[in-house]
Design a binder for this molecule. Structure first.
Ligand code: B4P
Length: 193
């Protein structure tokens, strides 16, 4: 059966959001991007968004507690709706979460409670030079050279240790993230069987 509990890992600008959105639509999965959810809170001016805004602008990680609360409420809602027999996506795709070991451990505890183990971790790999070009041409508020360099540093220090963590669990599949969006999508799709 096609894998339907997926996690996308990789440096900023590797294309996690781009691929996750398309794959979730094609496979009928719930797409949870912590970056998008945080940006929505910022845009709505909620207390959570006000707390996250400055942290994101500096290219640092928002506090684990905030991000976990967002993910927990979405996954619990989906599980409850499935338990009630309601229609809706059965699987999920976590994009940009977890981003450090503490988040990964909290996620594992939550998924144990829900009895929904991760089936596949896709690691999107791309050279720093190409990442930088993609992000500079995207031009979001947090996409300028100094902030991107800092986000890459945060990725290496805090997120990259997750690679060994998921490799040990035999869940990790690296994917070359260069080439066109369709080429990368085909590489990812071939891992779902
Ligand atoms: P995110 O929103 O997760 O964004 P990202 O890592 O910068 O980008 P992504 O890899 O998704 O790349 P995209 O598809 O957009 O994080 C932003 C911030 O939110 C973080 O710095 C942090 O502050 C906060 N945050 C998020 N999650 C958190 C967590 N769990 N804990 C704490 N803080 C958290 O692609 C980039 C560009 O490349 C786009 O313009 C796209 O069009 C282009 N592109 C994609 N694929 C391409 C291809 N194949 N060819 C050419 N261009 C391509």
């Amino acid at each position: 059966m096609t894998k339907q509990r997926l996690l996308f890992l990789g440096p900023p600008g590797a294309g996690k959001g781009t691929q996750a959105q398309q794959l979730a639509a094609r496979q009928g999965l719930l797409h949870l991007s912590t970056g998008d959810l945080l940006r929505a809170e910022v845009a709505a001016g909620t207390p959570l968004g006000q707390e996250a805004q400055a942290v994101m602008a500096r290219g640092e990680l928002v506090s684990d507690g905030l991000v976990l609360a967002i993910v927990r409420s979405r996954l619990e809602q989906q599980a409850a709706s499935l338990n009630r027999g309601e229609p809706g996506p059965r699987g999920w795709l976590l994009d940009g979460f977890p981003r450090n070991l503490a988040q990964a451990e909290a996620l594992e505890a939550l998924l144990n409670e829900l009895n929904q183990p991760i089936e596949l971790v896709v690691l999107m790999e791309l050279d720093d030079g190409v990442l930088m070009q993609r992000l500079l041409s995207r031009g979001r508020d947090d996409d300028n050279t100094a902030v991107i360099q800092h986000r890459l540093e945060v990725y290496r220090q805090q997120t990259a240790p997750l690679i060994a963590h998921y490799r040990q669990q035999n869940l990790l599949e690296p994917v070359a993230a260069e080439g066109s969006v369709d080429e990368v999508a085909a590489r990812i799709e071939s891992l779902l069987q």
